[in-house]
Design a protein around this ligand. Structure first.
Ligand code: HEM
Length: 205
């Protein structure tokens, strides 16, 4: 059996654990505020607002740990994308997820010391961590301090547009979470990737 590789340093696991927990709080309170029936809210409206604000602030500070870690350690190199040949690689990985996994074929991009993510993981993590998360943090902070938001953008209220953007990105991140957790079960066993996020070691196939 191949050797276990240490791929998830402690700072990354702490960031990820806090991030995942806060995300669930933000999702529950966000959904409750969005769809709440004032007579029967899932979470009392004023409490949902308070928890959402506090969790959002902590998540924003926690994101700085992710950025600092990725800029100052080797972990950042796993997020570097090479565009040449990417399309073909993405198709190969998609075929693997759709058919190969179920036929017990070997992964087209096995995990090594220098390749933690397959191309599909890399692209989704890049878009999520360097695109969607900054947008949700900036729009969230803007809604917390609305005096900084431009009043009118082409006749529409700036606050309204910021709120719409915040909600759309929140929805996209929720979709990411569902897909992320599902694909995380496709390791050497259904729980092996979850174990890696606890002990730091990737378990080879
Ligand atoms: C209940 C919630 C979550 C669970 C159970 C979970 C599970 C996992 C697992 C098992 C891994 C390791 C497999 C891999 O390397 O892909 C992982 C990595 C990762 N997760 Fe999550 N996750 C959760 C929430 C989130 C959220 C909310 C985000 C961001 C919005 C996120 C972003 C990431 C990233 C970026 C990695 C790769 C980190 C790195 O190695 O540099 N996760 N997650």
């Amino acid at each position: 059996m191949a050797e276990r590789i240490y791929l998830y340093p402690i700072w990354l696991r702490i960031w990820h654990g806090i991030n995942a927990l806060l995300f669930l709080v933000l999702l529950a309170t966000g959904l409750s505020m969005q769809y709440s029936n004032p007579d029967l809210p899932l979470i009392r409206f004023d409490l949902a607002v308070q928890f959402h604000n506090i969790a959002g602030l902590i998540l924003s500070f926690n994101y700085l740990i992710f950025l600092a870690g990725n800029f100052s350690t080797k972990n950042g190199s796993f997020y570097q994308l090479k565009l040449s040949g990417l399309y073909k690689e993405l198709i190969l990985q998609m075929e693997y997820y759709l058919f190969g996994v179920f036929k017990k074929r070997p992964s087209p991009f096995p995990v090594t010391k220098s390749r933690k993510f397959n191309p599909l993981q890399k692209v989704t993590y890049l878009i999520t961590m360097y695109g969607l998360i900054p947008v949700i943090i900036i729009t969230g902070l803007a809604l917390m301090f609305p005096e900084f938001i431009i009043e009118k953008v082409f006749q529409s209220s700036g606050i309204f547009l910021t709120a719409i953007l915040h909600t759309i990105v929140g929805f996209m991140l929720s979709m990411f979470l569902v897909i992320h957790v599902y694909f995380s079960t496709m390791g050497s066993s259904p729980i092996s990737n979850f174990k890696s996020m606890m002990n730091g070691y990737h378990e080879p196939h």
